[in-house]
Write a protein that binds this ligand. Sequence first.
Ligand code: NDP
Length: 343
Amino acid sequence: MSQVVGSITPRVVSREVRLKRRPVGMPVPSDFELAEVTLAQPGDGEFLVRNLYMSVDPYMRGRMIDRKSYVPPFELDEAMGGGCVGVVESSNHERFNVGDHVLGMNGWREYWVSDGTDVQTVDPHLAPVQAYLGVLGMPGLTAYVGLLEIGALADGDTVFVSGAAGAVGSVVCQIAKIKGCRVVGSAGSAAKLDWLSAVAGVDEVIDYKGAGDLRDALGEACPDGIDVYFDNVGGAHLEAALDLMNTGGRIVACGSISTYNATEPPPGPRNMFRVVTNRLTIRGFIVTDHWDRFGAFVRDASGWIAAGQLKWEETVHEGIESAPAAFLGLFTGENLGKMLVRL
Ligand code: NDP
């Protein structure tokens, strides 16, 4: 399948996952379909990539809904897309050579042909290639920009992070620790809380599923209030954090995963007046508006990794056929660190 004869590559059979039906509420396996396609040989100025890893991300749930948003919806009966890293198997392109590792947006499939648009090479010597989908990729940049720029982190801040053991949250926690802050993280299992305490160095952890009243647990963990709340979750977490924000506090509105499968618009926090009384800033952002910070982020993150200050975990499913299950696992909290599919 991957033999190259001169510049001629035999046709390649690739499996891909398509969106069969737009999910209502929590997606189910039958919303997806595994299909097989035969790819034409790469033409002039094109190359063939075999995916090694693909990413599943919470934002993909929004793309399954037919509505206008910051990214277009997935089409029905077509392969979905998303972050992936692969290896160039044959090439008629002057910049991309056989054996190069590349980062692209053609996930949810085994092979793809590209003309190089929106594809970049990655260095497999700096980190395992799949790290470019996590700690050294989009989730890492989200944490970096969100905390340092959107959240305007300052010395001595108390930082509360929800979804703290996930791809974004785990990096947020560790950057805040590197910057000398006090960090409180919430997550949904004992294994995640253990990792946050023992490996990420988080000061206080909250099991939001088992802690009883979240507002009380957060109050105990933050006796001096919260200066920066990095919100990955929305809903009850946001309401609890609002109650505890210090004057001049910043809320980084990164995501709201607790609401992504809602079939009715979820009610807003009941305590929004706290924004007025405590002069709070709530600021949303989308990471793709901040790619200009990618170089600075990779420089900093590589240094932190080399110094042993930034660690990461991956939860890996095997094979393209497991991609829907990996995606669904994001909503049941199956992943510690970045959720990936190895292809
Ligand atoms: P994660 O790796 O954190 O995976 C999702 C995690 O969310 C799960 O493991 C689970 O952990 C938690 N979760 C799922 N359902 C709920 C719920 N109902 N209540 C509380 N927690 C829940 O994903 P990412 O790190 O990729 O993304 C984290 C957030 O950041 C998401 O909201 C995402 O949309 C957002 N995001 C935003 C970006 C931007 O540009 N603004 C870019 C990238 C991500 P647990 O076991 O702890 O429940």
